[in-house]
Design a binder for this molecule. Structure first.
Ligand code: UDP
Ligand code: MG
Length: 308
């Protein structure tokens, strides 16, 4: 019998974990697969690890867990889970039941096809999501696809079933700055989608707020696109050219028409504009340099404190 590894990142999920496990067990009965649960406790501050220890004690055959020494983020947890997985198929799944386990049946049916390497879940709607959040998400996907050559599809979550081969390819991308939405498509392979309706989280609360999502989006742009740098370069060239023209014009006017000193306001405005603009561009460049900095340190992506 083939084996399926379930990689489940958990951050403060103590309330929903048991329910999650029960729901997945129900699905398991209908699948001709051996299961291997890989829970990754991403430095939770609640009782998540305790729940995982009990689960492991009761089902030591199939339940395994890793616990990080601190919160390293979902991307790191996914990477750790993938590294520990041994199954012929691997699935990435949230612990809050927002990724409906029943979908695994449909996904498994689809992945049987010769040419399919991955089946990903795609939300057909954004119901239950605040208006502004949905607006900004859409904007993010628009910009991302405009400036990056790695396509990122709106509504596709990390929830997916993939072959061992694809999982191994993802593991080969060992970069420190992990933007999984991009990494998962960067590796290529043939991906099919199954649509489903948005589900609310069963317990606990989301670890995302507006600012963390904004930071996440900027990370996505920077990690998967060089367009911000190109914009910086071109706007620098254009504004330098324009200001050179303006300087020539002013000198000629002064020499031939003896124009008296005026226009302090416009001058100040221009100076401030140039200054702000330069700082903004430096910021963009700095962002890339900080990524390089972190990457060259070759720090581990995560640190495991406990493993079973
Ligand atoms: N998660 C994690 N580390 C974090 C934040 C979240 O492992 O730092 C896990 C979390 O436990 C859940 C999944 O990632 O299983 C998705 O998190 P969340 O529900 O907060 O995100 P959303 O569903 O709102 O995108
Ligand atoms: Mg969630």
């Amino acid at each position: 019998m083939k084996k399926l590894s379930l990689v489940i990142p958990c951050y403060n999920e103590e309330e929903g974990l048991l329910l999650f496990f029960e729901e997945v067990e129900k699905v398991r009965k209908n699948l001709p697969l051996e299961f291997e649960y890989l829970f990754v406790d991403d430095g939770s501050t609640d009782g998540t690890l305790k729940v995982l220890r009990t689960l492991e004690a009761e089902h030591s055959e199939e339940v395994h867990y890793l616990a990080f020494s601190r919160n390293f983020g979902k991307e790191a947890a996914l990477y750790a889970g993938l590294q520990a997985s041994t199954g012929d198929y691997v699935t990435l799944m949230d612990a809050d039941l927002q990724d409906p386990p029943e979908l695994l049946l449909e996904m498994y049916a689809k992945i049987q096809a010769e040419e399919v390497d991955c089946v990903a879940a795609r939300r057909s709607d954004r119901s239950g999501e605040p208006f502004l959040r949905s607006l900004f998400s859409r904007l993010f996907y628009r910009i991302m696809n405009l400036i990056s050559s790695t396509p990122v599809i709106d509504g596709v979550r990390d929830f997916r079933l993939m072959t061992r081969q694809m999982a191994d390819s993802i593991l080969e991308l060992s970069e420190y700055n992990r933007f999984s939405k991009g990494l998962l498509t960067w590796v290529g392979y043939h991906t099919e989608y199954v649509a489903y309706e948005n589900h609310e989280r069963v317990a606990g609360k989301t670890s995302w707020n507006f600012w963390s999502l904004l930071r996440y989006s900027i990370d996505g742009f920077i990690n998967f696109s060089e367009v911000p740098l190109i914009i910086a370069t071109w706007s620098g060239i254009i504004s330098t050219f324009l200001s050179l023209c303006a300087i020539a014009f002013l000198i000629i006017r002064q020499l031939f028409f003896h124009h008296s000193v005026s226009g302090w306001t416009s001058l100040t405005v221009i100076v401030i504009f140039c200054f702000g603009f330069t700082l903004m561009m430096l910021g963009i460049i700095g962002k890339y340099i900080s990524k390089i900095f972190l990457e060259t340190k070759r720090r581990p992506i995560y640190i495991v404190r406990e493993k079973k």
